[in-house]
Ligand binder design. Structure first.
Ligand SMILES: *Cc1c(COP(=O)(O)O)cnc(C)c1O
Length: 360
């Protein structure tokens, strides 16, 4: 096969340079005669890898000292439970904003552990927008407010940080963390599973403000306790060492490529090109409110949905793969994380124009 552009929503494309480095170091990490896969998580070699990954992440995101960075298993899905288990030990009320399918999953999971108030929802608008913040009714005594910064399935993204006063802000940033700079200090907790924009699946980054790391609810298993993971420096048990290592290489790659300011510039450019191609055509459409269209996951439909399977097949034949929308919504979805080069979008746009000309 010639050049392939993989638009998968996750596990997603990784920077070629990172894969190349993994290949070169796979059998012998820096003269140790061992693969990273074969190293004890308590060895000096792995400790160096782990600490470097954290240091690079702290540098690119400018994470202040009062935040801990945890590298945990269980995906963002485990965080759906860990957040209420740790922040609502006495089942204090937690506030949630519902902007799509990932928000709904977080809400359903939180309800297992605490009292949930859904303070705003765009479900009646079929999740094509973000409810205006002026209408959110966040109880002052809420333990936290949770929102999904980027809805990976619906393609709806917050382009601002909600202002909720003293209530700690918790955000699922799985498909947007590292796509642009973030003001960490506005948040209590940010979490992201790696397989969208950070690395391979299997490791989840949790950035948590020190004062929120407290005793979890009674009966909480050790593996769900922020306190225990933080005290053990994310080595409470055997962590996903290889995934942590590859994520570290991705952080170093971002650092070497102009940091998050440059990622943001390129990501916006890619998204602008693709939205323009959709909006300028009579053939494709995207239903999302222009104010909250995602830079990372761009869903669209063909005006004639019957043609979508032909579109997907012909695109794949040209090396444009994994464009099928999520099974719950159908259509087409283009994921353009950091590792997707701008040329990938150019080639896709060219294909879209040709396809429209042929079938329009
Ligand atoms: C992918 C994704 C998840 C689920 O992540 P897992 O690692 O599969 O648990 C949760 N939230 C968002 C926004 C996602 O994109």
């Amino acid at each position: 096969m010639g050049q392939v552009f993989n638009f998968s929503a996750g596990p997603a494309v990784l920077p070629k340079d990172v894969l190349q480095q993994v290949k070169e170091e796979l059998l012998d990490w820096r003269g140790t005669g061992k693969s990273v896969m074969e190293m004890s998580h308590r060895s000096p070699e792995f400790t160096e890898i782990a600490e470097q990954a954290e240091a690079d992440l702290r540098e690119i995101l400018a994470i202040p000292k009062q935040y801990r960075v945890l590298f945990l298993p269980g995906g963002a899905t485990a965080q759906f439970a860990m957040v209420p288990m740790n922040l609502c030990p006495n089942r204090q009320q937690a506030a949630y904003v519902n902007t799509g399918l990932w928000s709904k999953k977080a809400i359903a999971e939180a309800k297992l552990f605490t009292d949930v108030a859904v303070v705003a929802s765009s479900e009646a608008d079929n999740f094509t927008t973000i409810p205006p913040m002026a209408n959110w009714e966040v109880p002052g005594e809420a333990a936290y407010l949770h929102y999904t910064a980027n809805e990976t399935i619906g393609g709806v993204e917050f382009h601002y940080v909600p202002d909720v006063g003293a209530v700690p802000l918790v955000s699922d940033m799985s498909s947007t963390l590292l796509s642009r700079p973030v003001d960490i200090e506005r948040f209590g907790i940010i979490y992201a599973s790696a397989q969208k924009n950070l690395g391979p699946s299997g490791v989840t980054v949790v950035i948590v403000r020190e004062d929120l790391i407290d005793e979890a609810a009674p009966g909480t298993p050790s593996m769900f306790s922020y306190r225990k993971h933080a005290d053990a420096h994310s080595c409470l048990n055997t962590p996903p060492t290889f995934n942590w290592y590859v994520a570290g290489l991705v952080f170093a790659w971002i650092k070497a490529h102009g940091g998050l300011a440059n990622m943001a510039m390129v990501n916006k450019k890619k998204a602008d090109k693709l939205y323009a191609a959709i909006d300028d055509s009579e053939f494709y459409h995207n239903p999302v409110d222009p104010d909250c269209r995602s830079w990372m996951n761009i869903p669209f439909r063909l005006n004639d949905p019957e043609l979508e399977s032909v579109f997907l097949r012909q695109a794949a034949e040209q090396g444009l793969t994994d464009l099928k929308g999520h099974r719950s919504v159908g259509g087409i979805r283009v994921s353009c994380y950091n590792a997707m080069p701008e040329t990938g979008i150019d080639v896709l746009v060219e294909f879209m124009c040709e396809f429209a000309a042929q079938h329009g």
